[in-house]
Design a protein. Structure first.
Length: 290
């Protein structure tokens, strides 16, 4: 009887493990399954929430290239890494705590995901898909004035931070918009954490919930266009960074296949067509990348 109970327990644990890690497959299994699952969060025209966006069209093209069907799986910023990796995580600066297992819900993250040190400890990134940088935005009526760039990113960042004493700075915890990543408190800024969706950050500043906020370049360009005359860019809070698509560390073949597809799309003009369609102004700020 004891042997049967132990055997049943192991069988149950195996089923649970199997369920948690269902579809944690690399390229051969994905081709056999016939579906590529794209994890995305509506954000900055990468995923519009209306069935299109830069990342949506890029991964649709990749799925077609692989000869499989495309499936979009909407996730959230707090859960996007665990939905790919199958690991519940908690960022700790440049480090990360693994809190336990979670169901795997997708094969690739493509949603304007910035390459951060802690994220690289959990997932692998593709070659860069998009350039970015952190900017400080303020309401148009703020007494803060945009800096005059020196051409030296470190000096420009120092000038921006010197202006923050006593100013409210709105950010989003545990994302690349987290004020702690940029030393806002050390600069004398009053850190505030936004609890809403990222696409509601600009309206919050415009309404007066904070005088300034942290924004990534792609989203900042959209915000400036969407609310003309309501916001202004003060200057950078970081050096230039990169975004990429995320892959499980157990899926090197899928990552390699995507990198090859991305290079091909750059050569044949598909990639630049998507850039122009969704981010026509970004080339002005990052000409070298494109």
């Amino acid at each position: 009887m004891k042997t049967k109970v132990v055997s049943a327990l192991f069988s149950l644990l195996a089923l649970i493990f199997s369920a948690v890690n269902a579809f944690g497959d690399d390229l051969p299994e994905i081709k056999k399954r016939g579906v590529l699952r794209h994890l995305g969060v509506p954000y900055a025209n990468f995923v519009t929430g209306s069935g299109d966006g830069f990342s949506v069209e890029l991964i649709q093209g990749f799925a077609e290239h692989l000869g499989v069907k495309y499936e979009f799986v909407q996730t959230s910023w707090p859960t996007v890494i665990q939905d790919l990796s199958g690991k519940m995580v908690r960022p700790m600066g440049d480090d990360v705590d693994i809190l336990g297992n979670a169901p795997i819900k997708g094969d690739i993250i493509a949603t304007g995901l910035t390459v951060l040190t802690w994220r690289k400890k959990i997932i692998d990134f593709s070659t860069p898909t998009f350039p970015t940088q952190m900017w400080l935005l303020a309401r148009a009526d703020s007494s803060l004035q945009p800096i005059k760039s020196t051409g030296d990113a470190a000096k420009d960042i120092k000038m921006v931070k010197a202006m923050l004493k006593g100013r409210s700075v709105l950010g989003v915890a545990d994302t690349c918009l987290d004020p702690h990543l940029y030393g806002i408190e050390k600069s004398g800024g009053n850190v505030m954490f936004f609890q809403g969706k990222l696409n509601e950050l600009s309206p919050a500043v415009i309404k007066g919930e904070a005088e300034t906020c942290i924004y990534e370049v792609p989203d900042a360009l959209n915000a400036l266009k969407r609310w003309p005359g309501k916001l202004k860019v003060i200057g950078p809070l970081s050096g230039k960074q990169a975004m990429g698509c995320g892959f499980r560390k157990s899926c090197p073949e899928l990552r390699t296949a995507f990198n090859q597809y991305l290079e091909q799309s750059r050569r044949d003009g598909t990639y630049l067509h998507l850039v122009d369609k969704y981010y026509e102004d970004v080339v002005v700020y990052f000409p070298g990348f494109f």
